[in-house]
Design a binder for this molecule. Structure first.
Ligand code: FAD
Ligand code: SIN
Length: 417
């Protein structure tokens, strides 16, 4: 079968002339599960699904290029004897202004301890202490210093690479979903290195393409966060929900010539203050993010400059507890142990997305979504800190029965026309 753009220039070996011939530069593919995206949601789904069939993971850049890899604070889960599911559920609902879907909140929060156990089994070495972040009424953030996402991404990559039922194609970008008789049956992908497009047909297609930060002028998100999955799903009429619930993170580096580098909320959990140029505090730093951002905006409108202050902490503690933030700030000539760090809010997270049930089913048969691309209803109008990685892993830890049933009853459609 020919690919859609199968025409490319090749050198003729006999007379060294260059001619245009028509042939597929890359063969079309048919697979049981196609996973689009290699962050926490995509890779963890691939691991679970590999028990039921062959899995192909495609990712538009290097496998590790993801928001997951940038995550600093950690994962929220009830592990402390002074904590409870009731309390984590309540904090999630309060932060989300009760716009959350209660069944999703209960289901995901209760999976927290199993999520941490699963990641430990994959080799993530969490620190022994639990940290606190804004909106949490207990210490419940499992973390690996202040670079938790990298530890999780590395462990997932290692496991997926070892798995005989999974294949990874880097620099392969999903461009368009193919819909036939109302179902999603495949995609058009581009091989970004060979510069050609081809089709991938799958029994079940999983969108795990992350967030939309790059659509904003100022964001903490990496370059890959361009909302591709949501755009593609929308084009074939998939139901979206809560797309207006965009979260801004209050403590993002704001200095000329520097990137929008995140200063983890865990700093505030350990006593960082938010102050203006007069060193005046104007907000309780442990309130949910949207409340803090609003207070900061008010100050900015009044002409104040805003800073994060961690200078009251011992330098040796800061360097050991927050090595990633400390070292990165040093690159931009700021010393977290001595300087007030200039900050401003920046776009951070999409609470809405492709509407899914707790099995990840979208409104289109054959199409599933997980992680930041999906809207389960966990976050409501404003996400509680460190509930995102929890959601990405909790919803992909087992392949839902519904998908397994769909897989076995759905023949692999591999004809284009
Ligand atoms: P991602 O990890 O973003 O992965 C998306 C994948 O899809 C990437 O591999 C990308 O290349 C691929 N992709 C995208 N489009 C295409 C396409 N068209 N074709 C092929 N591949 C494609 N959350 C927490 O819970 N705790 C934290 O401490 C935390 N810290 C954060 C810090 C930062 C700086 C940021 C930006 C976010 C943080 N978050 C945190 C949020 C959390 O990291 C993300 O919501 C989560 O990692 C999303 O995982 P994901 O698998 O859905 O998407
Ligand atoms: C952070 O470390 O502040 C980010 C946590 C999150 O986005 O949940």
């Amino acid at each position: 079968m020919k690919s859609e753009s199968s025409s490319r220039k090749v050198a003729n070996a006999t007379d060294s002339r260059t001619s245009t011939i028509s042939r597929p530069a890359r063969r079309d593919t048919a697979i049981d599960f196609l996973v689009i995206g290699s962050g926490a949601a995509g890779l963890n789904f691939a691991l679970s699904a590999s028990k039921y069939g062959k899995v192909l993971v495609i990712t538009k850049k290097k496998i590790s290029d993801s928001a997951t890899e940038k995550a600093q604070g950690g994962i929220a889960a009830v592990l402390n004897k002074n904590d409870s599911f009731t309390s984590h559920i309540k904090d999630t609902l309060v932060a989300g202004h009760y716009k959350n879907k209660k069944s999703a909140v209960e289901y995901i929060i209760k999976k927290g301890p199993a999520v941490i156990a699963h990641l430990k089994k994959l080799g993530v070495k969490f620190d022994k202490d639990l940290r606190r972040e804004g909106g949490h009424s207990a210490r419940r953030i499992s973390h690996v210093a202040d670079n938790t996402g990298k530890a999780i991404e590395d462990a997932l990559i290692k496991a997926v690479k070892k798995n005989p039922n999974t294949e990874i194609r880097e620099y392969t970008k999903a461009l368009k979903i193919i819909k036939k008789n109302g179902s999603a049956i495949g995609i058009i992908a581009s091989d970004e290195q060979k510069n050609c497009t081809y089709e991938i047909r799958a029994k079940a297609m999983i969108l795990a393409t992350g967030g939309i930060g790059q659509k904003f002028k100022s964001t903490t998100n990496p370059e890959i966060s361009t909302g591709d999955g949501i755009d593609m799903a929308k084009k074939i009429g998939t139901r979206l929900a809560d797309m207006n619930y965009i979260q801004f993170h209050p403590t993002v580096l704001n200095a000329p010539g520097t990137p929008k580098f995140l200063l983890t909320e865990a700093l505030r959990g350990e006593g960082a203050k938010i102050v203006n140029e007069k060193k005046e505090r104007f907000i309780n730093e442990l309130l949910p993010r949207d409340t803090i951002c609003k207070a900061m905006e008010k100050q900015i409108k009044q002409g104040h400059k805003i800073f994060l202050d961690f200078t009251h902490k011992k330098a040796s503690y800061t360097k050991k507890a927050f090595p990633y933030v400390y070292k990165n700030l040093k690159k931009y000539d700021f010393d977290l142990t001595k300087d007030l760090i200039p900050i401003a809010p920046a776009q951070h997270y999409l609470c809405g997305g492709i509407a899914v049930d707790l099995q990840g089913r979208t409104s289109i048969p054959g199409l599933y979504a997980y992680g930041e691309t999906a809207r389960t209803g966990l976050h409501g109008a404003n996400r509680l800190a460190s509930n995102s990685l929890l959601e990405a892993i909790a919803t992909t830890m087992e392949t839902p029965n519904g998908i397994v049933r769909y897989l076995s009853s759905n023949p692999l459609e591999f004809r284009t026309k």
